[in-house]
Design a protein around this ligand. Structure first.
Ligand code: HEC
Ligand code: HEC
Length: 323
């Protein structure tokens, strides 16, 4: 009738030993491949474009503000996404903590507090503040980036709509906070209507020069400098969109846009190039901070630009930048 207990143990031990030897062999082999790889591709490895991934890692994809994503989110989808969390979390009222804390009434509640005595990590406890929608969005995008050293060993949800959906689902479990009003994002390419309450902050060219560090991997700015991955930008403020920049090969998407680079057009382009001209070659996520956009536009304008910058409409104050 098959193997006795000892035989079976020996067989298992034998296989485990064999497996160990195979693993050793493989790891030294892969060590060699790794080395070879390194020697063959030094230039490619070192090629990094500054700024491209700076805005939260979703390289080319512009991320809509959380308020806007929540407005079109879907609780039912969020419940489905919550399947990824269930290995560690319960969510119904009174359910027990697991590897992670019970998440009933978490939205709006204090970060890493209460939860029936759950032993939170010191790093999450040290965060302070509440789980508002923005905090949850950044936590769920990348828990380790939010709280380095967190016990939540979960890579994060890279899809921004998945995060909005699951946050809506959490909110439906004991919180029911009112959703924030969606932010006004100018329609594709459209300048804000005259007198519209879209605040364009007054920019500071000196600060804008610092922001321009994000652009330098692809753009030169002084007169007569060559084009790079992107066109030279001297005199761009007030010029035609995708006009003649020393023969730079613009994408059809940007060429088709037409119009001039006035203040509002630059602002909407720099908010989200991909939304402004779907299919653009400028693989840059955009600048979410309105003040930073205003600053870099002021800097661009200081380099041979022709615009009269300012706050449009009646005395619109330099509003604190929306997040
Ligand atoms: C592998 C287990 C695991 C998975 C999967 C996981 N979590 Fe967690 N979660 C934890 C742990 C552990 C903590 C406590 C973290 C700490 O103390 O640093 C935590 C903490 C949290 C908190 C903070 C709670 C509070 O009261 O401050 C929220 C919110 C949260 N998780 C949501 C989620 C969501 C939503 C998902 C799925 C998209 C998820 N988690 C997936 C283990 C997990
Ligand atoms: C990864 C490279 C890259 C980065 C980073 C980048 N750009 Fe660009 N930019 C491009 C490319 C490529 C184009 C041409 C787009 C097209 O043809 O669709 C472009 C086009 C432009 C244009 C339109 C020029 C014209 O003549 O119509 C402006 C304005 C601009 N970029 C400004 C900026 C600013 C300001 C930043 C930094 C905040 C920036 N870009 C960051 C690559 C980049």
């Amino acid at each position: 009738m098959g193997l006795g207990m000892d035989d079976r143990f020996n067989t298992i031990a034998g296989w485990a030993l064999f497996g160990g030897i195979v693993a050793l062999g493989l790891s030294s082999l892969s060590g060699h491949y790794f080395l070879a790889d390194k020697h063959e591709r030094p230039e490619t490895m070192g090629y990094a474009i500054e700024g491209v991934e700076a805005e939260g890692g979703d390289a080319a994809a512009a991320v809509e503000p959380i308020a806007n994503r929540l407005a079109k989110g879907d609780v039912a989808k969020g419940e489905a996404i919550f399947a990824k969390c269930k290995a560690c979390h319960t969510v119904d009222q009174g359910a027990a903590n697991g590897i992670g804390p019970n998440l009933w009434a978490t939205v709006g509640g204090a970060i890493a507090q209460g939860k029936g005595g759950f032993a939170f990590s010191d790093v999450l406890k040290a965060k302070g503040g509440n789980w508002d929608f923005t905090a949850l969005d950044s936590w769920l995008a990348n828990p380790k980036a939010f709280a380095d050293g967190t016990k939540m060993s979960f890579a994060g949800l890279t899809n921004p709509m998945d995060r909005a959906d699951v946050i809506l689902y959490l909110n439906s479990k004991g919180s029911n906070l009112p959703l924030p009003a969606p932010e006004a994002v100018p329609a594709e390419g459209a300048a804000p209507a005259a007198g519209a309450a879209v605040a364009v902050a007054v920019g500071d060219a000196a600060k804008g020069e610092k922001v321009f560090a994000k652009c330098k991997a692809c753009h030169t700015i002084e007169q007569g400098q060559p084009n790079g991955i992107g066109p030279n930008l001297y005199g761009i403020a007030g010029e035609g969109v995708a006009g003649d920049r020393g023969g730079f090969a613009f994408s059809d998407a940007l060429k088709a846009h037409g119009g001039n680079w006035d203040q509002a057009t630059l602002d909407s382009w720099l908010t989200s190039p991909a939304k402004f001209a779907a299919g653009t070659k400028m693989t840059f996520a955009g600048i979410t901070d309105a003040q930073q956009r205003a600053d870099v536009i002021a800097y661009l304008n200081s380099k041979g630009g022709k615009l009269t910058l300012g706050a449009p409409a009646a005395a619109a104050p330099a509003e604190p930048a929306k997040k």
